[in-house]
Write a protein that binds this ligand. Structure first.
Ligand SMILES: Nc1ncnc2c1ncn2[C@@H]1O[C@H](COP(=O)(O)OP(=O)(O)OP(=O)(O)O)[C@@H](O)[C@H]1O
Ligand SMILES: [Mg+2]
Length: 465
């Protein structure tokens, strides 16, 4: 139910308004003066609208408006002005009133404006919540990785986000360059403006120029109207130039000029436009080698390589694989609205030891596929594509005595635990068969299951068959 605070020194008008709005299904609170209004309003929680008279003896309505806005900026206030007082109305709007109505007014008219103000409040709240949600989703918490290399990337992202320095992101395909570029944008002061990205390799040179800088009507056949181009679209925001290494030398000159002058000239235009764009460039090739080969301009290279962030290939940070798998499992199970699946130890060992030529993107696709295909709660070798499932299982780590010695009992326990888990996975949680695989009695097997507190994988329905 929507709650309205009515502030007016005239008891009759208050009474009429209360009756009218109550009948329409609102909850109405009355206040006979500004002082009283502020007392009941407090922090504004629970109020959806204030209707306030401008002319009141103890505290001027505009003053009340100011106080209310100071306490709860989002709550809309409709001011009731004296007949013919346009100045009052203007003043009210300037001070933050969302609307005004002049005395004498029709109740219907006021009700209409009240409804509009409340609807707008609801909409703004929704937009705000959506924004918060999007912001949370793209926080760099979503750059998953615990390897030293990724931790360093995370720290750098945070550091560079607040500057406008050009960033060069390098890394093989699928290592997360676009993800990192977005994180830099989202964590910095430009997050409310646009993040625009363009793949320089996918677009022919002539088109790339008009895509980036825009064009004026009539600049070429087909240019039937002015187009602003991506630099202007990204004004105050961030522009990601993906695969910049593929840009032709001619375009490189033009880009360099824009980066130096912060001005763009649309194709066919005589004017230039000032732009304030943070540029992030990414490449999956060795730009320095391209410079040496004269395929990439040295001056542009130095211009974009102010801060260099190298994303290591996944095979060089295998410790990130299990948490990435977990991350994608959560993502895809949630997307399908199914309970979170697990990954069998065998399957995980394969995933951890595969070379991942397509890096994180390939891993993401494989988890998505496995979640879609596996009807059970555990992803197994059979849920992986053939070229992965058929890889030889890597051997368990050799038992070498480390320099500083080790706790033998604990070490043996951890090995026993791993083997028991694997046996359970292979037998689908059947303890009798798992015990057989490990050549031990059912009783000893139960002993270990209890000792290691293994509950998840044990299939209670089939434990004693
Ligand atoms: N560290 C990470 N944490 C979570 N997700 C990641 C991570 N790295 C990459 N991804 C995901 O992997 C996919 C590929 O990443 P992205 O598109 O950023 O790669 P890229 O380096 O731009 O690849 P390409 O060179 O092919 O364009 C995306 O869905 C991205 O969200
Ligand atoms: Mg990319």
């Amino acid at each position: 139910m929507h709650r309205i605070l009515i502030v007016d020194d005239e008891p009759n008008l208050r009474q009429v308004l209360e009756m009218y709005f109550t009948q329409k299904g609102y909850e109405v609170i009355q206040a006979s003066s500004g002082t009283e209004a502020l007392k009941v309003f407090e922090g504004g929680e629970g109020f959806h609208l204030v209707i306030c008279d401008i002319k009141m003896p103890d505290m001027d309505g505009l003053k009340v408006l100011g106080e209310i806005k100071a306490r709860a900026e989002h709550v809309p206030v409709i001011m009731v002005t004296a007949f013919g007082s346009h100045l009052g109305a203007l003043e009210a709007l300037r001070s933050g009133a969302s609307d005004y109505i002049a005395k004498p007014f029709e109740l219907e008219e006021l009700a209409f404006r009240a409804r509009k103000a409340i609807e707008k409040l609801a909409l703004e709240k929704q937009v705000y919540e959506l924004r918060e949600e999007v912001a949370a989703r793209t926080k760099f918490g979503f750059i998953v990785g615990k390897s030293a290399a990724m931790q360093k990337v995370g720290q750098l992202v945070e550091k560079v986000a607040s500057s406008t320095a050009t960033v060069l992101l390098s890394g093989e395909s699928g290592t997360g360059k676009e993800l990192v570029a977005r994180a830099i944008h989202d964590l910095g002061p430009r997050k409310r403006a646009s993040f625009v990205s363009i793949n320089c390799a996918a677009i022919p040179e002539t088109l790339l120029e008009s895509e980036l800088f825009g064009y004026e009507r009539g600049a070429f056949t087909g240019a039937v109207r002015n187009a602003p181009g991506l630099f202007l679209e990204a004004d105050k925001g961030t522009l990601l130039l993906d695969e910049i290494g593929e840009m032709s030398l001619g375009m490189q000159v033009k880009l360099l000029r824009v980066l130096q002058d912060h001005r763009v000239r649309p194709v066919g235009a005589t004017r230039e436009f000032e732009v304030d764009v943070r540029v992030i460039a990414s490449t999956n090739q060795d730009l320095q080698a391209a410079v040496a080969d004269k395929r990439f301009r040295e001056d542009l290279y130095y211009r974009i390589n102010v801060i260099h962030l190298a994303l290591p290939p996944l095979r060089e940070r295998k410790e990130d694989i299990p948490i990435l798998v977990q991350h994608f499992l959560k993502k895809f199970c949630a997307a399908q609205g199914i309970p979170l699946k697990k990954v069998s130890m065998d399957a995980m060992r394969i995933l951890e030891n595969y070379a991942w030529p397509g890096n994180v993107r390939e891993l993401e696709n494989i988890v998505e596929r496995a979640v879609a295909l596996e009807p059970g709660g555990v992803l197994r070798l059979s849920s992986l594509p053939g070229h992965l499932a058929s890889l030889p299982l890597p051997a368990l780590p050799a038992a070498d005595l480390p320099e500083e010695g080790l706790d033998l009992g604990r070490h043996l326990d951890s090995i026993a635990r791993r083997l028991i888990l694997q046996a359970l996975e292979r037998t689908d949680g059947n303890q009798t068969r798992a015990a057989k695989l490990l050549k031990m009695s059912f009783r000893s097997f139960r002993y270990y299951v209890q000792k290691f507190k293994i509950k998840d994988l044990v299939n209670p329905g089939r434990s004693a068959d």
